[in-house]
Ligand binder design. Structure first.
Ligand code: GDP
Length: 372
């Protein structure tokens, strides 16, 4: 059943996010509803079921795979008597843990405050409960208002700060001169950092967790005497919180202003086709979809893809598939130059390098038509 498969994928991804944030997942709950319950997101029966499980197994946190409205969050927290996280909150948390530069930290802080602002009352309800309430009146609306104002001020300040850094980064980009700029794009965890490392022989943080790359890194790469700049961008992800899309604007500027996109795909992932679609959609949103692109299908060493049509490979798990055979699959038939590699074993690296060289050279020649 296709719906079931999708559901499992989504839950797998959420579990992976939770793991990245440092949590272990004990149990999954799913429910089919025509639309989410406006009060508690899940129905009351399901809420009861979760509550019982949480009590019996001393679970600390319940995570929802969607952004909950402020009131849903409040209601759930009260009814389940446990810490509630939604997808947005979880992603923000991961970004906060991993932000390395002051720029990324500012972006995440801004996104967190924007998330917090409409949910501010919740914090106070908590505090009231802790105080026990006897003889103590909870903080009134005025105090919440004061707090809101402080946060709003902070938000304006952070926005100003980002504007200043944005300008600096734009100047930096201008100062890089006329060298061709290529950007690695792709879903999160597909192997962009690994590829960046091998191509530039630098050490960019790569690990099997989502969002290992938060900050954009730019490296000079030389292939066959031809130097160009290579950018490693933040991994794209399904349902990226809107607060983050806005605050990661200049990360995306790197993509928008690059000359060539190297779209990396993890074909060992069961939903890699969805990932390609998500990435293309974001590229379209930032108006970068008409740029020259190279498709790099990565992780062929870990291939578990099932045959989808007559042209496709059989049997699915066969090892040592030649590049020629790969090119005969539907993946090899895109309008973009395409290559199949393993960033780990470096299989088909010469072919990939030649392809990048050719594309960079084309752009280079169009830019310096009178040089050798
Ligand atoms: P990014 O989020 O796109 O930058 O992905 P990373 O470069 O951090 O890689 C994510 C994970 O995939 C890491 O654990 C890598 O070691 C692993 N990985 C990268 N390339 C390959 C590959 O070709 N084959 C296999 N099996 N794993 C890979």
């Amino acid at each position: 059943d296709q719906d079931e498969d999708k559901l499992k994928e989504y839950m797998d991804e959420l579990e992976f996010l939770a793991y990245t944030a440092g949590a272990t997942v004990e149990k999954r709950f799913t429910q089919k509803l025509s639309q989410p319950d406006s009060r508690t997101f899940v129905g009351s029966g399901k809420a009861e079921e979760i509550k019982n499980y949480v009590k019996e197994n001393e679970i600390g946190t319940v995570i929802f795979d969607d952004e909950l409205s402020p009131s849903q969050l409040k209601n759930l927290e009260r009814e389940l008597e446990v810490k509630i996280l939604d997808r947005t909150n979880l992603i923000l948390d991961i970004f906060a843990q991993r932000a390395q530069t002051s720029y990324a930290r500012t972006q995440v802080e801004l996104a967190q405050y924007e998330y917090l602002l409409p949910r501010l009352t919740r914090m106070w309800t908590h505090l009231e409960r802790q105080r026990g309430g006897i003889g103590m009146r909870g903080p009134g609306e005025t105090e919440i208002e004061t707090d809101r104002r402080i946060i709003r001020d902070r938000i304006s300040l952070l926005k100003e700060k980002l504007k200043t850094i944005d300008k600096q980064m734009a100047t930096q980009r201008n100062n890089r001169g006329k060298m061709v700029r290529a950007a690695l794009v792709g879903y999160t965890n597909v192997g962009k950092s690994t590829l960046m490392n091998t191509l530039s022989k630098s050490e960019v943080f790569a690990e099997n967790k989502l969002f290992a790359t938060l900050d954009t890194t730019v490296r000079k790469v030389v292939i066959g005497n031809l130097p160009f700049l290579l950018t490693d961008t933040v991994g794209f992800i399904r349902k990226l919180p809107t607060q983050l899309v806005e605050s990661f604007k200049s990360t995306l500027d790197e993509v928008r202003e690059s000359d060539l996109l190297i779209h990396v795909v993890d074909i060992s992932h069961e939903s890699f086709e969805d990932h390609i679609a998500s990435v293309n959609q974001i590229l379209q949103e930032i108006d970068a979809h008409r740029k020259p692109m190279i498709m790099v299908f990565n992780k062929i060493d870990d291939f578990r893809y099932e045959k989808k049509d007559e042209d496709d490979l059989t049997p699915a798990t066969r090892k040592n598939i030649s590049l020629e055979e790969w090119m005969k699959t539907w993946m090899g038939k895109s309008k973009y130059p395409t290559v199949f590699i393993s960033a780990l074993t470096k299989e088909n690296f010469p072919e990939m390098k030649r392809m990048i060289y050719d594309e960079v050279m084309k752009i280079h020649i169009s830019r310096f038509p009178y040089n050798d």
